[in-house]
Design a protein around this ligand. Sequence first.
Ligand code: PMP
Length: 444
Amino acid sequence: MSATHVFHRSLLSTPPVAVKGEGVWLEDASGKRYIDASGGAAVSCLGHGHPDVLEAMHRQLDALAYAHTSFFTTEVAEQLADQLVRTAPAGMSHAYFVSGGSEAVEAALKMARQYYLEIGQPERSHFIARRQSYHGNTLGALAVGGNAWRRKQFAPLLVDVTHVSPCYPYRDMHPGETPEAYGQRLAQELDETIQRVGPNKVLAFVAETVGGATAGVLVPVPGYFKAVREVCDKHGVLLILDEVMCGMGRTGTLHACEQDGVAPDLMTIAKGLGGGYQPIGAVLAQQKIVEAMSKGSGFFQHGHTYLGHAVACAAALTVQQVIERDGLLSKVQRDAARIEALLQDRFGNHPHVGDIRGRGFFWGVELVQDRASKAPFDPARRLHAKVKSAAFARGLLVYPMGGTVDGQYGDHILLAPPFITSEDELTQIVARLADAVDAAIAQG
Ligand code: PMP
């Protein structure tokens, strides 16, 4: 290919040209095929080229591609909001449509702030979030995110946010501590942090229900989010759950928080909402938040040009209808045990695999130098990038993550295959991954 004018992620090399997608497979211009075991970035829940979604998008395009939300709503946006509210956690009454995950997080942060202005608590202006988290790359989302590497260069531009411990049992649970006691300890840390910052100054606690892009699938311990919800309620602090990656069926229930028995005040969703067919995200909001705004200023002081884009809504509506119609959440729940068994079989006794964890079709493998001490590999070795390349060479797409800048946590591999992945394809994914991991470690 001639010199590129695309500002690619890496300015040192141009990636292969993707030309075709079909089911769980992607094909590049040379005809090489790849199993999309990470669904891109946990996006492609229905795989590629789903005929029902394509047809719905064509139909919508023929009728109307775009009408600005300051003039119009569309039938398809209304239908999608109805679908999302019907299936949302208790009390959530509205969906605010945006174009992706970071935009959803920005909107949620501003909703939280405006809510407290509307109800006469303007002194609340501080967010508490968690270390080892990711909420997006725009400045507000980056500020609440707790990934030291991503924040580092931009730190002077970020609003001040207080970060507490993530729920990371493999690393941080004390010897002899039960998961329940660990969850209570973390909730207590949040309580103490809110008290230190000043309970009347805190707007919201922001957390991914199941951590994704920073620490390779962090599954919360039982009772953690219930205890967090109680702490938030005690101080009148909103709970914002970021389900951009772990939501929309990825963990086997439509929303991951269903499995933790909590309903947030605001919830962000994106990736699996449109399944990659269109860029779309949303904030689901509790009735009390929308009511405060409608009784107050009557207006949410925010907005983007492409809110509620009709073709994006049509794609998302059909993706969600197909998941329901085809019983794909049950399939994800059923096959989760298969993925776990395959991973355990290949990696359970692997000298460099410290932890295998996940829910549904969302799995993380944590690589370590030494199993007994849990010592990570030297971050300078960039093992995660080597695994990604070795997997790519073997026709497998996985989502790698490096260790933390301080070397405290190690390299991870994240798997997030489409919900339609067959048993045979799951077996192939894990076999190719095992091969890639060994090859990458052997490279030194
Ligand atoms: N929140 C979470 C939990 C995410 O995983 C991501 C993306 N990895 C985002 C927000 C940002 O989404 P986007 O890349 O669509 O802006």
